[in-house]
Design a protein. Structure first.
Length: 223
């Protein structure tokens, strides 16, 4: 019986992935490093800490490269880009929130992004958007981010619910692996960044949240 819905933020609630990747591209260009679209796409779903460690290993190796400073620089670029954007919830998000409110389901946000990014993006969306979430867990709240299960385990702890009573929506390999490692029911949203074979680890693979509401919710038992 489903008693809560959990949403990832980037790529699920709002389409920030292109902005995230452009910020990485600008950051690398500042270091005279040019990368392919495939390289950037592979960053989706993982924490900036993990991505920066990968970037250091691939491009800097023995060169001096301070990861905390690099993260701050990349985040500064990203937040400036976000501040110039008009952000709208992706298709089905508002409908899902309305459905959960009608069914008295709890709503939670589970994001690997840091608190500042979550706050900035939530504030750029419709008024009081964040207030609909009873629980918000960000990358700052755990040691191990997605694909580790820690973020979802923290959400479950805060919701005080067992994993199998929670349905989440993810859009990346790391997100799906995180949710399933925690035992949460997971619907994966197809997108241009995640390879289909990795999304297949989810309980369902869908094209949008709206599709889930229209075609799959009748299969589930909601509290």
């Amino acid at each position: 019986m489903i008693k809560a819905c959990i949403l990832d933020m980037d790529g699920v609630i709002v389409d920030t992935e292109p902005i995230q990747l452009e910020a990485f591209r600008v950051f690398l260009n500042d270091h005279q490093i040019q990368v392919s679209a495939e390289f950037l796409d592979a960053l989706v779903g993982y924490s900036i800490q993990d991505n920066m460690e990968d970037i250091k290993q691939k491009f800097f190796d023995q060169k001096a490269f301070d990861i905390p400073s690099a993260i701050r620089r990349r985040n500064d670029i990203y937040l400036k880009m976000i501040a110039q954007q008009k952000l709208e919830p992706l298709p089905g998000v508002i409908e899902l929130i309305s459905f959960c409110q009608q069914k008295n389901l709890k709503l939670a946000l589970a994001s690997s992004s840091d608190q500042q990014q979550v706050d900035t993006i939530m504030n750029r969306l419709v008024l009081n958007f964040r207030s609909v979430f009873e629980v918000v867990v960000t990358g700052d709240d755990v040691i191990n981010k997605k694909p580790a299960p820690d973020i979802y385990l923290r959400v479950l702890e805060k919701l005080n619910l067992p994993a199998q009573s929670c349905l989440t929506f993810e859009d990346s390999r790391a997100g799906v692996e995180s949710a399933k490692a925690a035992g949460v029911i997971c619907f994966a949203i197809r997108n241009q960044y995640a390879e289909e074979q990795y999304l297949q680890k989810a309980d369902r693979v869908i094209d949008s949240i709206q599709e889930a509401i229209d075609n799959h919710f009748r299969e589930l038992q909601f509290f």
